[in-house]
Design a protein around this ligand. Structure first.
Ligand SMILES: [Zn+2]
Length: 266
């Protein structure tokens, strides 16, 4: 196995606005007595709904996979979910998002996505909301029985539209020079997500999100040992702004987090 050196980390942070109601749940875990049959994920400590980093990362991965014919889903990971996995060291999807634990990893995963909690003020206003459940609303969706065509209203718990989550944090590790270029794939997946949906019930209108007030921070490894090193940042009001500046982000990244050319390499 070749040597693995960490040269720096790019910290991408910002906020996630729920443009429509957001339902990030655990999937079909059975009916809860007196509750909705489709609850949202809640933080055990605060009881507030949150977006698990794994859900956000999984969604970005699936969008990045579908974007490229070379990375179509090929491996079942249970619960009816199929993802793309390969051993190609050049594969952008597997380098960024990693491959499941039981597979033989040829390179470290570049991306870490942390859990995203409700922004403070947003949590306060949702707390003051007069609703059936703390911080959320219950939406009744008409599920049409395919055989009898009878409408059968199903309760779905959602975080109301306009709620703000954040700050979110994504950590992108730089191990080799062309990792800088992978930032474009990540930003593109985020842009695809804005026109897709996060969480469940997306085809029925839930889960439209926007990334706002973004900050990209470039941290060469030297900053971890020396607090005096300046850290460069770039800011963007919207993802659209970051997307159109992707070439300068990558250029800045290369400049701030330098990967030495290996002696003898082309
Ligand atoms: Zn792959």
């Amino acid at each position: 196995m070749k040597e693995i050196n960490l040269f720096g980390r790019i910290i991408l942070s910002g906020y996630i606005r729920a443009v429509t109601g957001l339902h990030v749940g655990k999937g079909k875990e059975g009916l809860m007595i007196g509750g909705v049959d489709n609850p949202v994920m809640r933080d055990a400590l605060t009881n507030q709904p949150y977006i698990p980093g794994s859900s956000l990362k999984g969604k970005l991965r699936s969008l990045a996979e579908k974007r490229d014919p070379a990375t179509q889903p090929n491996k079942s990971i249970g619960k009816g979910v199929t993802i793309h996995v390969c051993n190609d060291p050049e594969c952008r999807v597997c380098r960024i998002f990693g491959i499941p634990g039981q597979e033989q990893a040829t390179a470290p995963t570049r991306l870490v996505v942390r859990d995203v909690f409700l922004e403070k003020e947003s949590a306060e206003s949702l707390k003051a909301l007069d609703s059936d459940l703390p911080f959320t609303e219950v939406k009744y969706e008409a599920a049409i029985d395919r055989i009898t065509s009878e409408a059968n209203p199903r309760p779905l718990e959602r975080v109301p539209a306009d709620a703000l989550f954040g700050p979110f944090e994504m950590v992108f590790n730089i191990y080799q020079d062309d990792d800088h270029d992978l930032l474009a794939t990540l930003i593109e997946a985020m842009a695809l997500l804005e026109d897709d949906y996060l969480g469940g019930s997306g085809s029925r209108g839930s889960g439209k999100v926007r990334f706002v007030n973004l900050e990209v921070k470039f941290k060469p490894v030297a900053v971890y040992g020396d607090a005096g090193v300046d850290i460069s940042t770039m800011g963007f009001e919207s993802l659209e702004g970051a997307r159109s500046a992707i070439d300068s982000i990558i250029e800045k990244s290369r400049q701030e987090i330098q990967v030495p050319k290996v002696a003898g390499a082309a």
